[in-house]
Design a protein around this ligand. Structure first.
Ligand code: TRP
Ligand code: SF4
Length: 337
């Protein structure tokens, strides 16, 4: 049986953190054998909020791909590309924008959250949405174009993206109805089971919260950051019995990155008051550094040979465009344009 198309993208946020690694990338790596995977950097989407701050955009896009390659996204198995190199997506975006009622985008709760975050950044407390642009309003329609241009059936995303994907399904259905065709799949989300990794301070991990550990951070930076991890706050002295289940970050990281045996040992010693938190985190730093050493090494190699990386991206972009062109031929026929 032919494999179906699977698509997922990330905005070009620059170097990725351990939350991306656990929550998204390991999952993408696994999916490579089961599906025709298309993984892309959503650089147009980055512009929906950062149109006036593009100095680092090119470096950020490259950094994302370097992290993917280092973590095992394999260009021989998956198509890796930049969204802005596949012009068919822009063409489809225009056609979809014609048939999408304004209020479908306006009531997208994820988009509302994005606007709130933008407002907070600019300390704007007014009720109108001064920084809401035409492009940002079109965020879910552009995302629909990404997915539908490849007529992908499966979209691995986090819960935060489900509202966007619901709009994609509505748009696909509406297109099929209006143009009396069965051209488009209604793409299905594929939720990751891996729980999200928190930042070292116990809040959501994110670049802007300054609580993240990057995949490509060096050993020293990583160890220092790990020492900042929140532990069992009820514990005053190191021979007090601890509660791993209340150790909000450090023990969770052990569960994510250490082997079963180590996790059990840590748990026992912690409960028995035989393990101090500082020592515990020192060991955790070592474990994480060991785990990421080969990944960081591989990343360094790619970084030394960016020509090769751009070749991979250009090659992938061509493949994606070819696939999208097949779909667009049918779309143009359906619309009679
Ligand atoms: N909106 C997604 C995010 O912020 C990125 C994205 C853009 C995407 N287009 C997509 C994800 C298409 C899946 C499919 O994470
Ligand atoms: Fe957490 Fe380790 Fe401290 Fe126990 S000893 S509370 S597991 S950091």
């Amino acid at each position: 049986m032919e494999k179906v198309n699977l698509i997922s993208g990330m905005r070009s946020t620059g170097r990725l953190h351990l939350g991306h690694y656990m929550g998204v990338i390991t999952n993408w790596v696994k999916l490579q054998d089961e599906y025709n995977c298309f993984y892309f950097v959503a650089d147009w989407h980055a512009l929906t909020t950062k149109y006036d701050n593009t100095q680092n955009l090119r470096q950020d896009k490259l950094d994302v791909v370097l992290d993917w390659l280092a973590c095992g996204i394999d260009p021989d198995k998956s198509v890796i590309y930049f969204q802005s190199k596949v012009l068919q997506i822009a063409e489809l975006h225009i056609l979809l924008s014609m048939i999408t009622p304004n209020n479908w985008a306006e009531r997208d709760p994820t988009l509302k959250d994005m606007v709130k975050i933008l407002k907070n950044k600019e300390n704007d407390t007014s009720d109108n949405m001064p920084q809401m642009t035409y492009g940002l309003l079109g965020y879910p329609i552009l995302m629909s174009a990404d997915i539908m241009a490849l007529n992908a059936a499966i979209v691995p995303v986090g819960i935060d993206q489900l509202a966007h994907l619901e709009i994609t399904r509505d748009i696909a259905r509406r297109f099929n109805n209006i143009y009396k065709t069965d051209l488009f799949n209604e793409p299905k989300p594929k939720l990751t089971e891996i729980p999200l990794l928190l930042g070292v301070d116990g809040q959501k991990m994110g670049k802007s919260f300054n609580n993240d550990i990057k995949i490509s951070d060096d050993e020293e930076t990583t160890s220092k950051r790990i020492m900042q991890c929140v532990t069992d706050r009820t514990r005053a002295r190191k021979d007090d019995p601890g509660h791993p289940e209340q150790c909000e970050v450090a023990f969770k990281y052990y569960q994510a990155f250490a082997n079963e045996e180590t996790v059990q040992q840590v748990e026992c010693e912690c409960r028995a008051g035989k393990r101090g938190c500082a020592d515990c985190k020192r060991q955790l730093g070592k474990i994480i550094n060991e785990k990421f050493a080969p990944i960081r090494e591989k990343r360094e190699e790619y970084k030394k040979d960016t020509d090769k990386v751009y070749d991979i991206i250009n090659e992938g972009s061509k493949k994606a465009a070819l696939e999208a062109e097949k779909v667009m031929k049918k779309v143009r026929d359906a619309v009679n344009i």
